[in-house]
Ligand binder design. Structure first.
Ligand SMILES: Cc1cn([C@H]2C[C@H](O)[C@@H](COP(=O)(O)OP(=O)(O)O[C@H]3O[C@H](C)C(=O)[C@H](O)[C@H]3O)O2)c(=O)[nH]c1=O
Length: 195
């Protein structure tokens, strides 16, 4: 009978990004001959890393086509949401846009490659718009939010806004979008939503 060997101890890896409040990290995987095990979320470890949030809802979406873009979305206060995003199947380029008027990085975006393979997670604080483009077919994205869904407070910005100039790595004309996302307003049309 084969027995598995535990070949490595995981450690949380935090990768600094250009917008310091958006955090990219990897919880760490216990690798052995069978594969791996990972604590994908641990409230105590998040608190120890200074990333404590009270998540109240888990979401999951499946996007079948490569080049599917979901976003850029946010919920306005008092229903703003921080998000902890990870990919359980496939891969995305995940993007956060700083909408906090008082922020030195207001109107700036930051992105990271998240995949089932790399196990990376992106923590997007309240005050940001969030969106992603899929890099593989049948990509499943799971994310925790710290505020309940509130349709009336939903807002968004069109993915190809020229002022944001997000490099999605695809031809914008080839993007798969929902009708809702095709109709999203320009960044310049946003009012003062987040202080
Ligand atoms: C977000 C959400 C949606 N819905 C319903 C509303 C629609 O009938 C249906 C699809 O919603 P939507 O087209 O907004 O789904 P996405 O385009 O994936 O939106 C999400 O994509 C980007 C990347 C985000 O960061 C947001 O969390 C979220 O806006 O699910 C719910 O019932 N609860 C929810 O929390």
């Amino acid at each position: 009978m084969a027995t598995s060997q535990n070949t490595s101890e995981p450690r949380v890896e935090i990768v600094p990004l250009e917008i310091k409040d958006v955090v990219l990290f990897r919880p760490g995987r216990f690798q052995d001959d069978r594969g791996w095990f990972e604590e994908t979320y641990n409230a105590r470890r998040m608190a120890e890393a200074g990333l404590a949030l009270d998540f109240v809802q888990d979401n999951q979406s499946l996007s079948r086509a490569v080049g599917t873009i979901r976003g850029l979305h946010f919920q306005a206060p008092p229903y703003a949401q921080a998000k902890l995003v990870r990919v359980v199947q496939g891969a995305i380029f995940d993007v956060a846009v700083d909408l906090r008027r008082a922020s030195p990085t207001y109107g700036r975006w930051v992105g990271a490659e998240l995949s089932a393979e790399n196990g990376a997670q992106l923590l997007v604080p309240r005050g940001f718009a969030h969106g992603f483009v899929t890099r593989e077919p049948d990509t499943a994205v799971c994310y925790k939010v710290d505020g309940f869904y509130d349709k009336a407070s939903e807002g968004g910005i069109r993915f190809d806004d020229p002022d944001l100039a997000i490099d999605w790595g695809i031809d914008p004309a080839a993007a798969m979008l929902s009708e809702k996302d095709r109709e999203l307003p320009a960044f310049g049309a946003l009012g003062p939503i987040f202080a």
